[in-house]
Write a new protein. Structure first.
Length: 327
């Protein structure tokens, strides 16, 4: 149990970091007086109908520079729009940040989006906006429930204590870390059901790592193929067969087909090349095709059969020897 829990500590630590609640910064910290501005442009990205009892919120966001009437790549604006999925009435105004209108600079002197006018004042900063919207529209709540907010909060501190502890089995740091990880693991089992099943189906993780290693190389696979790749959905059998078949096809092409073709191409073009040029080309290919190392001793480091004077591919032939292609 101890080794299994420790093996998943990286995944649990990354999940614990994401357990956070909304900031408690008061919404009035970044509010501005509402100045007059021209009538709203007809190029509104979205207009929500307002009710008779409540006027719509006014929201300024970043538009897309490539898609007409689309949203831009501002994750701050996206955060506010995600909060507005509570469906309060609001009107959205796109702001061209390359050519900011004067009325926008009056309500946002720094020229940043998003800004929202929930009442009589404009509010800036996405964190403050989402907090104020959460207070004004509490249902459905987006903040983390109190009973779940503290889950995993002590993992990092106990992990640091375990790293800094000496090799004393009686200091209790290892057991404290195991207790926190076990508690967090039990919480995930109760709330995520069968979504996190790396312990029950470990073969999936190894197949994903192998497939990624074949496509992207060993170094990238060691970085990208973490334990989170073992997270699957309900279609575990279909995903397993898809990975197995695609991985087998990639392995055959990558190990048996491509290396001889590439090495033969290099071998034909190494004729009369300088050593530095040959070395750089050789290493460049090996970086992207590590499996070529399996074929190199048998194909590349042997003598050219039609020119015994060339001991290695980078050797210089005699001047009276005809070119390789003409022989």
């Amino acid at each position: 149990m101890s080794s299994a829990v420790l093996s998943r500590s990286c995944y649990l630590l990354s999940s614990a970091v994401r357990l956070r609640s909304f900031s408690s910064t008061p919404a009035s910290a970044s509010s501005f007086a509402a100045p007059r501005r021209p009538p709203r442009s007809s190029r509104s990205l979205s207009v929500r109908a307002s009710s008779a009892s409540e006027p719509p919120l006014e929201l300024c966001v970043k538009p897309s520079t490539t898609v007409p009437d689309g949203l831009g790549d501002s994750h701050f604006s996206q955060r506010v729009l995600s909060t507005l999925e509570k469906h309060p009435p609001y009107d959205m105004e796109p702001i061209d940040l390359a050519n900011k209108p004067e009325w926008f600079l009056e309500i946002s002197p720094e020229g940043k989006v998003p800004v929202v006018k929930p009442d009589e004042k404009w509010v800036a900063d996405s964190g403050i906006i989402t907090q104020s919207l959460e207070e004004k529209y509490p249902d459905p709540p987006l903040a983390t429930p109190l009973e779940k907010a503290s889950v995993g909060s002590k993992i990092f501190s106990t992990f640091i204590g375990f790293l800094k502890s000496k090799d004393d089995p009686n200091d209790g740091t290892k057991q404290a870390l195991l207790n926190q990880l076990t508690s967090f693991d039990n919480h995930l089992k109760e709330n995520l059901q069968d979504l996190c099943n790396a312990s029950t189906k470990p073969l999936w993780s190894y197949l994903e790592k192998f497939n990624l290693m074949l496509q992207c190389g060993v170094i990238l696979a060691s970085v990208e193929a973490s334990s989170a790749m073992a997270v699957t959905g309900e279609n575990i059998e279909e995903d397993f067969m898809t990975t197995l078949i695609s991985g087998g096809i990639v392995a055959v092409l990558y190990i048996l087909v491509f290396p001889p073709i590439i090495l033969n191409w290099l071998r034909l073009r190494w004729y009369k090349r300088k050593f530095l040029e040959t070395y750089l080309q050789f290493m460049f290919v090996f970086i992207f095709f590590p499996s070529l190392m399996l074929w190199a001793p048998f194909v590349n480091f042997r003598k050219f059969p039609r020119d015994p004077t060339m001991k290695y591919p980078w050797s210089t032939p005699k001047d009276d020897v005809p070119l390789y292609k003409s022989r």
